[in-house]
Ligand binder design. Structure first.
Ligand code: VTB
Length: 367
């Protein structure tokens, strides 16, 4: 039998020499992010339900550092932990990767665990999450620095974005909720009572909660973890149509990386907690930016964005780690804005063989 082959010949290959572009660096490095969040999830799992959020976070950080200690990138943490959680943390300005000369540069945003309280209380909705943008020498920062502790966010999916592009009125953070829900419903071809809105259960959301109920939409209240919540409306099977609420500002940047990769959108405005914070935010960014309503492309400029998360406990975005006998199954999501590819990576880890590289041990350790 004769096979037809479309393989290039040496001559055609030489006519198209390989050039290492930005996108190649992203494509080769992105899978290391999966290893990092997988290992963070696996290493923190032992703390699920033990009331020790700091120890869970420390375990996740140790695993993330451990993976990047072996990866040739020049990674700089531009959105880290710390200020908010008083966590052991990977902080702003830290370096990840070997920083070997010639390695590609990435700005990195991360939350080793979004939902540490959930882990501590054995509750659903915790993930390990990172985002990165490939940066070229001399390029300004692409991830927006939001100095406020909280931001007000409204996140919606690609169908709503498309409807706006086709002439539907824009959504707005200031508009009455009734109007926003009516627009979202019409974009999704639903009635308002069929909509599912997600927000965090907090006293600061009391008015929002009663408004959603008054309008007749269904509300899903979560205890913590608003990255999964804000990405969910952009994921076809999440069952969530809209995310609304006041949550962490760094979480907003991580959310923006995911939305950039799936064509969703978010309106975000910094929400200083009191007059003192308002003053310090104004001093840092100026009065105009303090009031500014940011969209995804303002939060992460340019077209490079990788988003990677592994479920620790179940969330609308990802199942958590499942341990059956001597095997642990992790589910991760990996997205890249340039290609708009969304990969779900289900990995089965043989716990009798599995080792992970930890920074604290400077070597591989059995889980
Ligand atoms: C928010 C949310 C996070 O913590 O920052 C929240 O964005 C803290 O809110 O996803 P409170 O200060 O009201 O507790 C998370 O839920 C988890 O870090």
């Amino acid at each position: 039998m004769q096979y037809l082959t479309a393989s290039p010949t040496r001559t055609t290959l030489m006519q198209h020499p390989v050039s290492l572009s930005t996108s190649d660096a992203e494509r080769t490095i992105e899978f290391e992010f999966v290893r990092a969040t997988e290992n963070a999830a696996l290493n923190s799992l032992a703390w699920l339900g033990r009331g020790e959020k700091e120890l869970a976070d420390a375990a996740a950080c140790d695993a993330i550092y451990g993976v990047f200690d072996l990866v040739d990138i020049c990674g700089e943490v531009v959105i880290g932990e710390g200020i908010k959680d008083n966590a052991p943390g990977i902080f702003l300005g830290e370096h990840l990767g070997t920083w070997r000369p010639g390695s590609p540069s990435f700005d990195i945003a991360l939350d080793p665990i979004d939902g540490t309280s959930n882990i501590a209380n054995g509750l659903p909705n915790s993930i390990s999450v990172m985002a990165a943008s490939h940066t070229l020498e001399g390029n300004p920062r692409v991830m927006q620095n939001l100095p406020s502790f909280y931001s007000k966010k409204l996140a919606f999916g690609p169908e709503v974005v498309k409807a706006i592009r086709n002439g539907m009125a824009e959504l707005s953070l200031e508009a009455p909720l009734e109007q926003t829900l009516a627009l979202v419903a019409s974009a999704l071809g639903k009635r308002v009572p069929e909509l599912v809105v997600m927000t965090m259960n907090r006293p600061r959301h009391a008015e929002l909660i009663s408004e959603v109920r008054r309008c007749g939409a269904a509300l899903r209240l979560i205890s913590d973890g608003d990255i999964t919540a804000a990405v969910s409306p952009s994921m076809p099977d999440s069952g969530v149509d809209l995310y609304l609420g006041i949550g962490g500002s760094p979480e907003g940047i991580l959310t923006a990386a995911a939305l950039k990769a799936v064509g969703g959108e978010m309106l975000l405005q910094m929400w200083p907690r009191d007059e003192a914070e308002r003053e310090s935010v104004r001093a840092e960014v100026g009065a105009v930016d303090m009031e500014r309503i940011y969209k995804v492309d303002d939060l992460i400029k340019g077209d490079s964005a990788i988003f990677c998360a592994t479920g620790i406990s179940d969330s609308p975005l990802l199942p958590g780690v499942k341990v059956t006998g001597k095997k642990a199954t992790t589910t991760s999501i990996l997205m890249r804005a340039r290609s708009r590819t969304v990969r779900y990576i289900r990995a089965v880890h043989d716990l009798e063989h599995k080792t992970i590289h930890l920074r604290s041990a400077r070597s591989d350790r059995k889980l």
